[in-house]
Design a binder for this molecule. Sequence first.
Ligand code: TUI
Length: 312
Amino acid sequence: MKTEITELLGIEYPIIQGGMAWVAEYHLAAAVSEAGGLGIIGTASAPADWVIDQINKTKELTDKPFGINIMLMSPYADEVAEAAVKGGVKVVTTGAGNPEKYMKMWKEAGIKVIPVVASVALAKRMKRCGADAVIAEGMESGGHIGETTTMALVPQVVDAVNIPVIAAGGIADGRGIAAAFMLGAKAVQMGTRFVASKEAQVHQNYKNCVIKAKDIDTRVTGRSVGHPVRTLRNQLTKEYLSLEANGATFEELEKLTLGGLRRAVVDGDVKTGSLMAGQIAGLVKAELSCKEIIEKLMGETEALLKGAKDCE
Ligand code: TUI
């Protein structure tokens, strides 16, 4: 399936895997790229040597394009931004901030730069400083989120910039992908659906929580400290939200979430771990391989888009 994004990135299908902290390591990234999407290594708060190692391991598993996501709140963001160049990655996505200061370096290295934006203002700014595309991510997403929904954000970003827009947040099947195309997106980014994939090196307890989740099972913590994060509800979110309601300080709240992703992903501690997932978790019913996910979803999408054409 050809779109401006598949052409830009040299991939088969317009599906990009989210650069999820702790979850998006090389096995997952390579599996998504091998299946024809764009796999992404989520560098989160890791140092450059870990990132270089992950890039090398991904290259051992696939010859296809893949990218890395740089989490701009990371204390290692500067060295990881340089590691993208040294490691010869083709695509960089960014999250949780404004990547402007790295743009010149990445463009000179021939890297395709695709920032995640949560507003029209940042999308316009990214376009002006040379972004190749933007990912418009709605607040349905898991992890660190903005304020606006995918349905409202995507068409407004599409109208504001003349570079391709990738839709993210609340997409996990062919209906979501087809809807994103109707809003003007040229590809989608999905995270939650790939958390529950066979290749994700995520503790089975966490995957089972995604598979069992219902529509109303996510919570947003951290609004009071300016870092809203969406996760599946559990003991951690209950305690956090109650502390937040009682005016706890940043330090008190941090104590609860410190190491929370590791507890979820590595230890399978689904009570006190941070089970990042989007609102669409309720739609994820089974653990499939990345190839099965991509082929199933593209089949659904093509059928829906053909149906829409036949009605014209
Ligand atoms: O970055 C994400 N999602 C993430 S990052 C992350 S790591 C983390 N771990 C624990 C606590 C907090 C974070 C987990 N999930 N998504 C991309 C994204 N970027 N969503 C929203 C934004 C965003 C928001 C505001 C990007 C830019 C922005 O404004 C920047 C500016 O300067 O205007």
